[in-house]
Design a protein around this ligand. Structure first.
Ligand code: MTE
Length: 320
């Protein structure tokens, strides 16, 4: 895999300092190397993914923050979805043709009742709520997003995990025919994320189908993604096709790419810096651009009351 080979080459040896300081820039360089190595060029479709379809019966949620919400346009044009390219603007431009119907999610592994759900049946499984959550990316920016979904625990209770279920693995779509990024070795495809069982059962962990009251646009992870608000954004896998209950800790896409920089837990933690940059502050997208005053990042992204007890007694510097 390209990203492994590149571990031998320090980014500082191949690019000037101002370019390699920043994860996105780093990955973009890797993408360029892939192109130089003879990988296929990205065919950029002009289509902008938009949804417009309302989600009926949304209830307000006690878990919502009252902070100012990030505008829809920013949420849907500043994205990380490497299957559709590594620039923030790429997913909005190239994800428009992703086919999200029919769509199935297979729930399997250590459960008494494994089942493959059609997406429309899955959407009816829990009480759909609007949850306004902060999302804090490991790159140092944040947004406030009114998601629509229900607690993942509603689904977990349906399939009845066995005593062997210690972790949950989230596998996302990797279709080279529809996803130009998957035709390059940017990450280890499919993009996989994982949670410990208690994290997956925490009521804040949201199985997410929409934002701003409408079904998710493709670049935001249609037709279904997970949102884990106290962890860095990359824990929130998009366009899920499989949810698997396992005894072993899942091997996740970013840990496989660079284990020393991206750990399994990835809780938002202002006291544990990323090896190449501080995590103490963040830039709120939509608030005055790059010159705006940065905000102090909060432990567990401000959700400590609901989640800190899950990590009592754990060394969060080692388990980053
Ligand atoms: N899911 C998939 N399948 N592919 C990805 O590249 N990027 C992750 C996460 N989920 C990613 C993904 C990262 S790094 C972040 S910060 C969030 O999605 C971004 O979600 P957003 O674009 O909706 O803000």
């Amino acid at each position: 895999m390209l990203i492994k080979k590149s571990a031998d080459i320090l980014p500082s040896e191949i690019t000037p300092r101002r370019v390699y300081e920043g994860r996105r820039e780093f990955v973009r360089q890797l993408g360029r190397i892939a192109l130089l190595a003879g990988a296929q060029a990205l065919p950029f479709a002009a289509a902008h993914a938009q949804s417009g379809q309302k989600i009926p019966g949304l209830k307000k949620s006690a878990f919502s923050t009252t902070e100012k919400q990030t505008p829809y346009k920013d949420i849907t044009t500043y994205n990380n979805y490497y299957e559709f390219g590594t620039d923030k603007a790429d997913p909005a431009q190239t994800a428009g043709k992703l086919k999200t119907r029919p769509w199935t999610v297979s729930v399997e592994g250590a459960v008494a009742k494994p089942r493959t759900y059609g997406i429309d049946d899955l959407m009816k499984l829990g009480a759909m709520e609007e949850r306004v959550y902060r999302l804090r990316c490991v790159e140092g920016w944040s947004m406030v997003i009114p998601w629509a979904g229900f607690s993942l625990s509603d689904l977990i209770k349906e399939v009845q995990p066995t005593g062997n279920a210690k972790f949950v693995e989230f596998v996302t779509l990797a279709d080279p025919a529809q996803m130009p990024g998957v035709r390059q070795q940017i990450l280890h495809w499919p993009y996989v994320e994982g949670l410990r069982m208690d994290e997956a059962m925490n009521p804040l962990t949201l199985l997410t189908f929409g934002l701003y009251g409408e079904v998710l646009p493709n670049q935001s992870g249609a037709p279904v993604r997970v949102v884990v608000p106290w962890k860095y954004g990359f824990k929130s896998g998009k366009s899920l096709v499989k949810i698997r209950f396992t005894e072993q800790m899942p091997k996740t896409a970013w840990s496989l790419a660079n284990a020393s920089e991206y750990g399994f837990y990835s809780n938002v933690n202002p006291k544990v810096d990323h090896p190449r940059w501080s995590q103490a502050t963040e830039r709120r997208i939509g608030e005055g651009g790059i010159f705006a005053q940065k905000r102090a990042t909060l432990m567990f992204n401000g959700y400590g009351d609901q989640v800190a007890q899950m990590y009592a007694g754990m060394d969060l510097r080692r388990n980053f």
